[in-house]
Design a protein around this ligand. Structure first.
Ligand code: FES
Length: 344
């Protein structure tokens, strides 16, 4: 498992580094006021809603490509990231979909408070999971999409684009049961090339099943739960000539971590961080209002200032100048030894 985690983490760092241009704040990375214009329940278990956001005057919004996400500034002040799952040709609306997570403040706010007419703001779109179609930027000859549950959100626009471009593609959409799967009608509208399989009928899928038929010259685009993505990453290594592109919606496991302490200001409370936990996770137990969003070291929401101690930076976005100034992303970065005193 440690080897598997190392492979996945290395892959994620490589992907983040190669997409740095997309991840860094840009001139057009501005705050955009929007209102909710539509809202629909899109899974029959009622736990996933899709929301359409539009400019208050109905004007055009910044363009995006499949794989992009938005930063939502929710009315409470929480910042959360959601993949765009609508049609990029719809220049006057963004569609996102959100599964209600037990105990998840962001998803609860979307479900309970974002009714039609509600105003909020977004930033972006930004793309950390870009789709390079065969013949249009990728040397691959065909594509396999693998989506787990709400992981269908970035994959769905990719499937539409692949279909429109007439490239060879197949998809497997998996989840616990059909009732939990959002956008089933849209996915099944693609016909037999988009296969739906559920755990309640066939048990948990193995990576081999999800990669069934995948051979050389195939690009695999995968989004879903961390174990599924990690399993596919490991399995793909055994197939030559396969590109893997993946995104997941949860914090990566800590790899090669050492225990350390964080101190909340000079002379303040001291919190222990075990080897397999992040500083953010331990911090949230004492300070539930600590801001965070991606938990993967690329959105900067959790940035804090280090007053003392030697950081071990594991993010992919802070510049050397920011690091020299003492900035630290507590969701992924750690201490090189001993204790970090944070300006909290
Ligand atoms: S929560 Fe996004 S960088 Fe830490």
């Amino acid at each position: 498992m440690r080897l598997l985690d190392a492979v996945v983490n290395a892959r994620m760092r490589w992907t983040a580094a190669t997409n740095l241009r997309d991840l860094r704040p840009r001139v057009d990375d501005r705050r955009i006021p929007v209102i909710v214009t539509e809202r629909h329940v899109v899974a029959s278990d009622q736990d996933v809603v899709s929301v359409r956001l539009a400019a208050p005057g109905g004007g055009p919004l910044p363009a995006w490509r499949p794989g992009a996400h938005l930063d939502l500034e929710l009315p409470s002040g929480l910042l959360r990231q959601y993949s765009l799952c609508g049609d990029p040709r719809d220049t006057r609306g963004y569609r996102i979909a959100v599964r209600r997570i037990p105990g998840g403040a962001g998803s609860a706010e979307v479900h309970d408070d974002l009714g039609v007419g509600r105003a909020l703001a977004v930033r972006g779109p930004r793309n950390a999971f870009p789709f390079a179609a065969p013949g249009h930027g990728s040397p691959a000859a065909r594509v396999r999409f693998v989506a787990g549950g709400i992981g269908i959100t970035p994959i769905l626009p990719m499937m539409r684009l692949a279909d429109a471009l007439g490239i060879e593609w197949t998809a497997i959409y998996t989840g616990r049961a059909r009732a939990t799967l959002p956008f089933l009608t849209e996915v099944e509208g693609f016909g037999p090339r988009a296969r739906v399989r559920t755990d309640d009928r066939r048990g948990l899928p193995s990576p081999a099943e999800l990669l069934d038929g995948v051979g050389p010259d195939t690009a695999v685009y995968c989004c879903g739960p961390a174990p599924m993505v990690a399993g596919i990453a490991a399995a793909v290594r055994g197939i030559s000539g396969v590109e893997l592109h993946s995104e997941r919606f949860s914090a990566p496991p800590v790899v090669d971590g050492m225990p350390f302490e964080i101190q909340l200001s000079r002379g303040g409370e001291v919190i222990g961080v075990p080897a397999d936990r992040s500083a953010l996770e331990m911090l949230l137990r004492r300070r539930p209002d600590q801001p965070y969003s991606c938990r993967q070291g690329f959105c900067r929401t959790c940035k804090v200032r280090v007053l003392d101690g030697e950081p071990e930076h594991r993010d992919s976005v802070l510049t050397p100048a920011e690091r020299a100034a003492g900035d630290l992303l507590v969701c992924v970065s750690r201490c090189a030894g001993g204790r970090l005193v944070l300006d909290l």
